[in-house]
Design a protein around this ligand. Sequence first.
Ligand code: ATP
Length: 324
Amino acid sequence: MAMTIGILTSGGDAPGMNAAIRAATRAAIAKGHKVIGVRRGYQGLIEGDMYELTARDVSDILHRGGTMLCTARSKEFTTQAGLEKAMQNCKSAGIEALIVIGGDGTYRGALDFSRLGMPCVGIPGTIDNDIVCTEYTIGFDTAQNTALEMLDKLKDTEMSHNRCSVVEVMGRNAGHIGVNVAAATGAIDCLTVEVPYDLDDICHKIIEQKNAGKTHFELIVCEGVVHDDFTSDHIAKYIEQKTGVTSRATVLGHVQRGGAPTCFDRVMALKMGYYAVELLVNGQRNRIVAVKNNKIVDYDIEDALNMQKGYDEKLHSVLRVLSI
Ligand code: ATP
């Protein structure tokens, strides 16, 4: 039976969200269903900001970063009144099931909405790769390659000036971008929430390496470890004072969110978008699409939210060993 499926993006944007919108929209249309695009995440659902998506409406977005549907964080959706308004608008638009692309917060919203009676399927989209139930989230590969490109540029100038670059990368709760780019750029270390570190030990290592002839250094800092009294600037000043090596902090910031998705992100988005529609068509409800052992799988939303995420501690220890 033909269904009307709503689709939205929520939380932080990530490159590849557009590719997932395109995949889900066209998969649904190809299977005889109708698709309603909701603008600005759950806030758009509450405000009734939605329109029918045709196959042509999702043309020319596959290679673009950001999300054509826009995204938002909605406080109102965490309230009963907000959920009920959103449900009323879904009913008016004929939406019978909802695909949400976002992170764990978005899934919590989907869980509440599903308890009110709306079947939901989640697709993981966030650059931090910090969604607990999945090995991979759409946008991560693009973001880490963007960060790496910036690091390579910084390396040119830090090498010319015999400096230490302290580079802050995104990752509020997780250091997946940080550890990968630290390994890929040959950084001295990566300060992340998952692994203990000692700034004095790092300074000592810098002094030893400087005395052995090394002229330039990079230290990666994940945004999750910094706060007002311990910024990347503070870290750079501390290193300079302790080691005598001129140190500069660079915060990469939101540039990591943008840009054309990599081939990997586009293909993952395509597979996940298609899979999400297959779940709904096969009568599955309240599931999260995820990656396990490199295969696309799905979990119950509540179970998915209670899982634990791993961190590549081995890679972290290897990068420390190789930085000599
Ligand atoms: P990112 O990892 O990029 O931040 P996210 O999906 O985790 O993505 P959030 O801002 O945490 O981003 O969540 C997105 C939206 O989901 C929120 O603005 C809110 O509308 C909804 N949401 C979050 N937590 C809840 C909750 N506990 N109950 C209901 N809705 C929620």
